[in-house]
Design a protein around this ligand. Structure first.
Ligand SMILES: [Zn+2]
Length: 158
C-alpha cells in the first residue's frame, strides 16, 4: 500500500448514462500512474520512481527498441513501456491483467468506456495497493527481455 494524492474525476457512462465519481492520477502527477484491472476496474497505484521493476522495464524497453532500430516519438514510447510494465505485474484479484490509465467501471452497469470525464477539482489522499511482480521475478533475464519485446512491439503496431 502507498499513500498518494489522487484526482477526483466525474465520469459519464458511455452505455447507461450513469454519472459517477472515482479517483485517478491526473497528468500533473509526474512519474505516478494509476492502473485498473480489466475485469472489475480494481485500482493499483504505481510510483515509477520507487518501483525498481519500472526502471528495469524502461531499460529493457530502450534496449529492444535500439535492437529493432526503432525510435518512436515519446507519445508512442511511453504507452508502449507502460503496456510492457502491465505485463510484468501479477494478475489482479479478479484474475485479469492491469491496464495503465484504464477508466473505472460504471457502478451501475459495469461498462468501462465513459462517454465523458472531467476533473472535479477535488483531490483525495488514499492508500492504494501497488502491483506485485512475483511472476516477473520468476523469469530469467532472457524471458524478461522477450516479454518486453513482445509487448512494446504489439503496442507500437497498434
Ligand atoms: Zn453504466
Amino acid at each position: 500500500m502507498a499513500e498518494s494524492s489522487f484526482c477526483v474525476f466525474r465520469y459519464n457512462c458511455g452505455r447507461c448514462g450513469e454519472t459517477f465519481t472515482d479517483i485517478t492520477k491526473g497528468d500533473e502527477a509526474y512519474g505516478e500512474l494509476a492502473a485498473r484491472s480489466a475485469g472489475t476496474g480494481q485500482l493499483v497505484y504505481i510510483n515509477t520512481f520507487a518501483d525498481p521493476v519500472f526502471s528495469e522495464l524502461s531499460e529493457l524497453g530502450r534496449l529492444v527498441l535500439a535492437e529493432a532500430h526503432l525510435s518512436p516519438p515519446d507519445h508512442r514510447r511511453g504507452p508502449a513501456i507502460q503496456h510492457a510494465y502491465a505485463a510484468a505485474c501479477d494478475l489482479s484479484g479478479d484474475g485479469t491483467i492491469f491496464q495503465v490509465g484504464a477508466h473505472p467501471h460504471c457502478p451501475a452497469c459495469g461498462n468501462d468506456w465513459p462517454s465523458a470525464w472531467e476533473h472535479t477539482g477535488e483531490h483525495l489522499t488514499c492508500d492504494i495497493p501497488e502491483p506485485s511482480h512475483g511472476r516477473w521475478r520468476s523469469l530469467t533475464p532472457e524471458q524478461r527481455k522477450a516479454l518486453v519485446r513482445k509487448h512494446v512491439m504489439n503496442s507500437l503496431s497498434d
